[in-house]
Design a protein around this ligand. Structure first.
Ligand code: DQA
Length: 145
C-alpha cells in the first residue's frame, strides 16, 4: 500500500539547525526546511510528515509507523545515530517502506568517525552534501519510487 505520504524523520541535534555549527550545516532551521519541503511536496502531489527527536527509540517507532500507515517513503536524517545505530539498521531492514538516507553535509569528507553509515547499509539510497537541498533532492527521488 503506497500512499502519497512521505515521512521526513530527523535525529539528534537537528532541532538546533540554524544555530548549530552554521559553517557546516548552514543557517536554515528545520522549520525552514519543512516549509520548502511542503511547497515542493504540494507540487509533486505528496504530503510531508516531518518529525525530529533526540531519542533513538522514537526514530525506530516512527519507522514502524511509516510502514503501518502505508507511507510511500521515508526520508531519514538520523544525525549521529547514522554512525552508531544497529537498531535503526534493523528497523529499516524490518520494513518494506523505502528509506532514503539524507545528510546536509557529506560525512565522507569529514572525520573518520562519520565514514561508516548503518543507515546507508540498509537504505534504498543516500543523498548527502547539498545542505538543505539534500532533503529536496531526496523528495524528488521519493516521488519517482
Ligand atoms: C548529519 C551528519 C552526521 O554525521 C551528524 O552527526 C549530524 C548531521 C548531516 O545532516 O550532515 O548530526 O546527519
Amino acid at each position: 500500500m503506497a500512499s502519497n505520504l512521505v515521512y521526513v524523520l530527523n535525529g539528534p541535534n537537528l532541532n538546533l539547525l540554524g544555530t548549530r555549527e552554521p559553517e557546516i550545516y548552514g543557517h536554515e532551521t528545520l522549520d525552514d526546511i519543512a516549509a520548502r519541503l511542503d511547497d515542493r511536496a504540494r507540487e509533486l502531489g505528496l504530503t510531508i510528515d516531518l518529525r525530529q527527536s533526540n531519542h533513538e527509540g522514537h526514530l525506530v517507532d516512527w519507522l514502524h509507523e511509516a510502514q503501518a500507515e502505508g507511507a510511500k517513503a521515508v526520508l531519514l536524517n538520523a544525525g549521529a545515530y547514522t554512525h552508531t545505530s544497529v537498531a535503526l539498521y534493523d528497523a529499516i531492514k524490518a520494513i518494506v517502506t523505502p528509506v532514503i538516507e539524507v545528510h546536509l553535509s557529506n560525512p565522507h569528507t569529514r572525520e573518520a568517525l562519520r565514514h561508516k553509515s548503518y543507515i546507508g547499509m540498509a537504505a534504498k539510497g543516500t543523498i548527502a552534501g547539498f545542505g538543505p537541498q539534500s532533503y529536496l533532492l531526496a523528495l524528488e527521488a521519493a516521488a519517482t519510487i
